[in-house]
Design a protein around this ligand. Sequence first.
Ligand SMILES: Cc1ncc(COP(=O)(O)O)c(C=O)c1O
Length: 471
Amino acid sequence: MNLFEKLEEYGKRDYYPFHMPGHKRNISLLEAGNPYKIDITEIDGFDNLHEPEDILKEEMEKAARLFGSEETYFLINGSSCGLLAAISACTTHQDEIIIARNCHKSVYHGVLINELTPFYIYPQKEDKFGINLGILPEDVDNSLKEHPKAKAVVLVSPTYEGIVSDIQRIAAIVHSYGKILIVDEAHGAHFPFHSEFPKSAIGCGADIVIQSIHKTLPAFTQTALLHIQGERVNRGRLGRFLSVFQSTSPSYVLMAGISRCMEFLEKDGEACFDKYVKTLKNLYQEAEKLCRISLLDSVSGFERDISKLVVSVKNTSMTGRRFYDILLQRYHLQMEMAQDTYVLAMTSVFDTVEGFGRLFSALLEIDKELFDRTEDKEKGRGFWQKELLFTPYEASLMESIKVPFDRAIGKAAAGYIYLYPPGIPLLCPGERIDKESLEEILYYKRKGLRVHGITEENGIFISVIAGERAG
Ligand SMILES: Cc1ncc(COP(=O)(O)O)c(C=O)c1O
């Protein structure tokens, strides 16, 4: 069976997608049906994404109006290409930059491309659910004081778990130092469309905001938006870098999908989002009936997006991974992510009442099967300061060797070590491997999670920098 046949067969089965993309495989979005019919190149009358002056320009202006931004670009290479372009445009070769350590891998790739030196700020940690929270404004302030040469600050808000940092206060602080604030709002494209969601970073004064519309809105995978406002960003430079990182053959099928998404938001958005938010709130209320499973509702000190269902089995007899497997195998409910003690269900305005019902019934049944509470003795540590022995760029030039796990302590990591999803590095290239990092990797493995970036052949091996420059 080839990939296409496999996907077609999967589409016929009853697996319910609590994962991205946010269209939830709803075929009514492109009534044209067969995508080959609308798959063209830059022929006359259809404009050019790299020099938009006609229909694509109008579509992007419409998106800017809908999202309340001054200027918006369509992205067909995901938020990843928006982050690469934003970081490249706001820094020059070998600059310094401040980034939140819980950023996605694409931010680290941006750091590598311009050979930047990163200084990290660390998210707060919450103990009850064991999740990372947001970034404190005072930590941004302190970092800017300490690193006055940094050109920009990059934060992720919301996080995968829906935690939102106080972007309004952070933007005011960053601007008081004359710097640029880039917000990775990949998971928050739906924020502007209902007052129950946190305020988007666009309305909070961030200079560049990047949103993956494919994650939480009805749009094809890879589609995203980049919004710019204010005078701090050199817009010509940003446009040029977007042309570097976007395909020279942007797919009209993907762009038509963005166009349909905008039309949906404009025409039916309000009514559909009202219904969606009601269903979500109802689910949170019903979840109070659960005895051992818990649904993350609010967290202290930070706003949270209720569309991300963080369903925890912490302090029960089950791991997050086992919980994920049971939901998949027994109930055909595909979650977005399994973590040590919880699973994450990503919802969108295109989820159905039936889908939510199936999830809740499954949770009720599993809840009854769980054993009495046992205090989880061990837990993930989250993020902590690690010594940067080499910048990510320096690390990329150096020879690496694989060493047995326990011989890696004190050496610089050669590659990324991370769980996927969420794709946030536990260790970045160039960071000094400490004992705690190794304990963290073992902890996740004990919880049944796949740790990427390590190899296992008669024991665990890690790639470390050997010391010789390659070229
Ligand atoms: C927080 C965050 N930022 C950026 C990205 C990259 O987005 P995209 O897949 O649209 O390129 C992801 C992807 O999962 C993400 O989780």
